[in-house]
Design a binder for this molecule. Structure first.
Ligand code: SF4
Length: 421
């Protein structure tokens, strides 16, 4: 078993993230004492803005799993869920959260104060099968919680039609009616409008931050991707906007002064699939061979804008798009997105993380590999790992493959340079 390894961060603002994370979980813990109902829900949809606008506390069990991984607590949670009969082949998020809610959830010494039990559960009727099953298990674990099973059409991003949006609008209205009924709180449309404007501002900032990664040298790498925490948990709040504005200011300054992640950036890499949350330090491994991971699949989930003139419709569209942009996108679209990112970010090589416990995001990688080589002449390497379970990751195997891959990329760059008159 590999030891948890933290990444080496260069951004001052990314170093501040631990305070932002701690504040959020403190707020979750305090919600019950303050009389604010707590709702557990999947991330990347429009429910978060509705919750903040109604002064309810959103909690994201999937997002809690990377936090457990960062603290090295997943092995104990896996022991609990595997003891209950859940197979090691299932999604690591599922095994971790089921182990956690049936294990240490009430342990007062658990980092960040643990999670408050849900008063409300938003159970998705779409997305990948594991994410639906996580919420079915939560419904059984917390029978006193009020449950709304949402029903969004599962449609590829490029195929979204007006009738899909209309249906999603009905679902957002259904969510508001449900929350009003179970909490007695009314949705103030002016407040929702403010929240959606903040959410849109966060998306705009996110896109602008990502754009600066096109600079050579790149001002920050995938090792800093924890900044996405605010996009998952704080969208629609001033906290997210203030934090991202600070990140942007720092990145702009680094870019303006030509300050890169490393002094001598020679190889620019794209990472496909979810990071290894228990070992974000793998992103720093490339640096000893003058390589920087400058773009990745996961950051696409918030690369969208919200129509602030029509908040309910904007949240409906966000709900249809955000999760599919990463997890349920068609292979054709995923291929297009990876190829576009490789062009935009001047990528020399692609690392395809073949993720043992996430089939939806791993599907189509051989197709992408072929297309990258045939269309763009970009070499790629497959590494076998798992976004949550370090038993499915071998540091030695990873380093051997990456060392050989980086040598190939350097050799290719050298031979190209020699051909240039
Ligand atoms: S998309 Fe992958 S990582 Fe996310 S819940 Fe589904 S199987 Fe797990």
């Amino acid at each position: 078993m590999e030891k948890t390894r933290k990444s080496n961060k260069r951004l001052q603002t990314a170093k501040e993230l631990s305070r932002v994370v701690a504040d959020y979980y403190k707020e979750c813990g305090a919600a019950k004492a303050d009389g604010r109902p707590v709702g557990w829900m999947p991330p990347m949809n429009g429910a978060i803005e509705i919750f903040y606008a109604m002064d309810l506390q959103p909690v994201f069990p999937e997002n809690w799993s990377p936090v457990c991984a960062a603290f090295g607590l997943t092995p104990d949670n896996f022991d609990v869920s595997e003891g209950m009969g859940y197979s090691r082949d299932l999604c690591g998020y599922l095994r971790n959260i089921i182990g956690y809610v049936n294990g240490p959830i009430n342990d007062p010494s658990f980092p960040l104060g643990s999670l408050p039990a849900p008063d409300i559960i938003l159970s998705p009727g779409g997305g990948c099968i594991p994410v639906m099953k996580i919420f079915h298990a939560l419904e059984r674990r917390f029978p006193e919680a009020k449950v709304l099973t949402s029903d969004l059409p599962q449609v590829a991003v490029e195929d979204i039609q007006e009738h899909h949006i209309k249906y999603a609008v009905e679902q957002i209205n259904r969510l508001v009616a449900f929350l009003t009924e179970v909490t007695g709180r009314k949705l103030d449309m002016n407040r929702l409008s403010e929240v959606v404007q903040l959410s849109d501002r966060a998306c705009a900032l996110w896109d602008e931050i990502m754009t600066y990664r096109r600079f050579i040298p790149a001002p920050f790498s995938a090792a800093e991707m924890g900044i996405m925490f605010v996009m998952v948990t704080r969208q629609g709040t001033r906290i997210a906007v203030d934090f991202l504005e600070k990140v942007l200011a720092e990145i702009k300054e680094r870019a303006a002064n030509g300050i890169g992640v490393i002094e001598n950036e020679k190889i620019r890499l794209f990472w496909d699939n979810i990071p290894l949350w228990y070992n974000m330090g793998v992103f720093n491994y490339f640096e000893k061979m003058d390589g920087v991971v400058v773009a990745e699949t996961y950051s696409a989930a918030w690369s969208l804008r919200l129509d602030t003139s029509n908040p309910i419709r904007a949240l409906a569209l966000k709900s249809l798009m955000s999760y599919p942009l990463v997890s349920c996108v068609s292979i054709k679209k995923r291929r297009e997105m990876v190829l576009k990112a490789c062009r935009d970010y001047h990528i020399d090589g692609v690392v395809l993380h073949r993720n043992k416990s996430c089939v939806p995001i791993t599907l189509g990688q051989m197709n992408i590999k072929k297309e990258l080589e045939e269309t763009l002449g970009i070499p790629s390497v497959i590494i076998d790992a798992d976004h949550m379970d370090d038993r499915n990751f071998s540091t030695a195997q990873f380093q051997t493959r990456i060392d050989a891959f980086m040598e190939t990329l350097h050799a290719k760059k050298q031979s190209l340079a020699m051909k240039i008159p």
